[in-house]
Design a protein around this ligand. Structure first.
Ligand code: ADP
Length: 643
């Protein structure tokens, strides 16, 4: 059994041999026997013995006590002194070097045994203690929280490296100082943090408010988390304190950034000029901005939960609640109009727009509402409706008046025209004939104007309808083309008519209105063209078979082109409005009152057709009309059936 390795340092050979035998008989190994202090140091280094039996008086440069001091310092090997002298001085200087024991020579086996066994045990225990101390120290050093331990009187006996960083002191600098001298902590919250925390009341402000601040060696204020505990022994005696501190600057900075951002949005919402309110994920209303509270004249406590619902008008309440319930279940955006009792105890019309909102992790967090005050709009709407009604009534009165007047004037005018015709057949001198010609021309113009007025007022009043008959397009178009052609020839203009398709098949439609459309356009082309050409092009764009009714529709495209004065671009938009002419001087130069195109447009609308034009001043104009007509069904006998 090997109880340990022993180095014997003894310059008396016999004593050394006897000691060796005794040591071995006690179950220990002797790793070496040396006779000088220097050799003992060398052997301690090389053989690493568990214990050294060291004679105090050695021959050589250094004695046993000096050698022991070096070995203690360098190699940490326990030493037992062997001494023959019992003088006080030697003993006390031996004790100062911290030996594990000393034995007076000559000694008995028992004495050696007791001293050796105890020393080896003590050495092992101390090593274990040192190892365990090393273990916990390095563990404590590796954690990122600062640890300060103090003795009963508050003097620091240990700080780990994290604490060194926070405190700004090294362990060797502060060991023994009272911890309160270097660990200055206060508990207060900077103002801006306090505001953030209050406004962030959703998000547990305690954490922010409870935090402590530490002032370091350079007077920097560092936010910390701190726990202070007492260290007590098994008999509950107070041995000191352990303080654990954590620098939470980074956490605090990000917290402040989050809170500041939230703060920004909250103040934005608070002062937003429309009422904003919010429901949480359970559907309870928990936020109303300042604008809302100003609108209702109430305090937050009255509005939260479902408090505000009582302000909704009885007739609108159920609709809102139902819509909110359905949308809430589906997490859908919704809009709802309702009347809300305001601070003046009157109802304001509110358009509430509710939008679901989500947390960062996409978890549904509730609804956010914005309300638009529609009261002014509603009043305007009402006023507008009244104004429109009035205008419509006035317009219909005007149309009626025009139509009545036109009728009234037309009857005597027809008499004048008829009698003028009769007068032509009587004998007249040249002057009378000339005057009669002028009467005839003026009454024709007047009759035409009255017809147009009558037509337009009927169209405006919605009293004009399509009257269908069966005809061929050739007949209908030729009827109006021939006089136009004659007038064009009189003006030295070329007049061309092109059929781009075969239009022999009979058509059902309102031929008078088709003639009116084409005639108006041709008359304008003729009127506003001094030289060049006017053209009428008729195209069958396409045909559509409607199998259910066995009907064929045709898409008739009529183009009227001229090389006349053209229409300035800035007039294009208003050219179809009634009584619109490009410039008033044209009224004098070219007869007309600006009704023709308006009538054409209204007629095209009756056909559910389209009209548009292209025109350039000085180059000419091109008017396009698309009309949907239908073919007449023909029996085998050739008899035409009207649809
Ligand atoms: P008007 O009775 O004056 O012809 P219209 O409604 O038919 O009334 O036309 C309105 C105005 O549009 C005309 O006064 C004229 O200025 C312009 N206009 C219409 N057609 C033509 C055209 N082919 N060439 C040039 N200007 C035209």
């Amino acid at each position: 059994m090997n109880k340990g390795k022993i180095l014997i340092t003894e310059d008396e050979e016999i004593v050394a041999m006897v000691t060796r035998r005794m040591v071995i008989s006690l179950g220990y190994d002797v790793v070496n026997i040396v006779s000088s202090g220097e050799d003992a140091i060398q052997s301690a280094k090389e053989q690493k013995p568990d214990l050294i039996l060291m004679d105090i008086n050695l021959s050589g440069e250094i004695n046993g006590i000096e050698a022991a001091a070096i070995i203690n310092k360098e190699y940490d090997v326990p030493i037992i002194f062997l001494t023959a002298s019992s003088d006080e001085k030697t003993i006390s200087s031996a004790i100062e070097s911290g030996p594990y024991g000393y034995i007076f020579k000559p000694f008995e086996l028992n004495t050696l045994k007791t001293t050796l066994d105890l020393s080896i045990y003590k050495s092992k225990t101390e090593r274990k203690l040192r190892e365990s101390e090393l273990w916990w120290k390095s563990s404590i050093d590796s954690i990122d929280q600062g640890i300060i331990t103090t003795a009963v009187d508050g003097s620091i006996n240990y700080i780990n490296s994290a604490a060194e960083k926070i405190l700004g002191y090294r362990l060797d600098e502060c060991k023994g100082m009272n911890y309160l001298d270097i660990y200055k902590v206060y508990k207060s919250v900077p103002n801006e943090l306090f505001i953030c925390a209050i406004q962030d009341s959703q998000n547990n402000p305690e954490e922010l408010l409870n935090s402590k601040w530490f002032i370091d060696r350079n007077n920097h204020h560092i936010p910390i988390e701190e726990t202070v505990s007492d260290i007590k022994d098994s008999n509950n005696n107070f041995l000191g304190k352990v303080i654990v501190i954590k620098d939470i600057s980074q956490k605090r900075e990000s917290q402040i950034a989050v809170v500041a951002a939230r703060n920004f949005y909250i103040s934005l919402l608070e002062d937003f000029p429309v009422p904003v309110w919010r429901a949480n994920a359970d559907g309870y209303f928990n936020y109303f901005n300042k604008t809302w509270l100003n609108l209702t004249g109430r305090i937050l406590e009255q509005e939260i939960y479902y408090g505000w619902i009582e302000l909704i008008h009885e007739e609108d309440k159920e609709a809102f609640q139902n819509l909110f319930k359905i949308s809430f279940e589906k997490k859908e955006r919704f809009e709802c109009e309702f009347r809300l009792l305001n601070s003046e105890k009157k109802y304001s019309w509110i358009l509430a727009v509710g939008t679901p909102f989500y947390e960062l992790n996409k978890k549904f967090a509730g609804y956010i509402f914005a309300g638009l005050d529609l009261s002014k709009k509603k009043v305007l709407e009402k006023e507008l409706r009244t104004a429109i009604n009035k205008a419509e009534k006035a317009s219909s009165a005007k149309s009626n008046f025009i139509s009545n007047m036109s009728h009234e004037i037309r009857t005597p005018l027809n008499g004048i025209v008829g009698l003028t015709e009769l007068l032509f057949d009587t004998e007249l001198n040249p002057d009378q004939l000339q005057y009669l010609e002028m009467v005839k021309q003026s009454s024709d113009v007047l009759l035409n104007l009255l017809n147009n007025l009558l037509n337009q007022s009927k169209l405006e009043a919605g009293k004009e309808f399509l009257h269908e008959s069966t005809f061929t397009l050739h007949d209908v178009i030729d009827e109006i083309w021939n006089p136009i052609f004659a007038q064009a020839t009189l003006k030295d203009l070329i007049a061309e008519k092109k059929w781009e398709c075969n239009f022999e098949r009979k058509i059902v439609g309102d031929k008078i209105k088709i003639q009116q459309i084409v005639l108006n356009l041709l008359t304008n082309a003729l009127k506003f063209t001094e030289a060049g050409k006017i053209e009428l092009i008729i195209i069958n764009e396409n045909e559509i078979e409607l199998s259910e009714t066995n009907t064929t529709l045709l898409n008739l495209h009529i183009i009227v082109k001229d090389t006349g004065i053209g229409i300035p671009i800035d007039q294009h938009e208003r050219i179809f409005e009634s009584f619109t002419q490009v410039d008033s001087s044209s009224t004098k130069k070219y007869a007309g009152v600006g009704l023709g195109l308006c009538i054409v447009k209204n007629l095209v609308d009756l056909f559910h057709g389209k009209i548009w034009f292209e025109s350039q001043p000085g180059i000419g104009s091109e008017f396009h009309v698309l009309l949907i007509l239908k073919y007449a069904m023909e029996k085998t006998s050739g008899e035409v059936i009207r649809i």
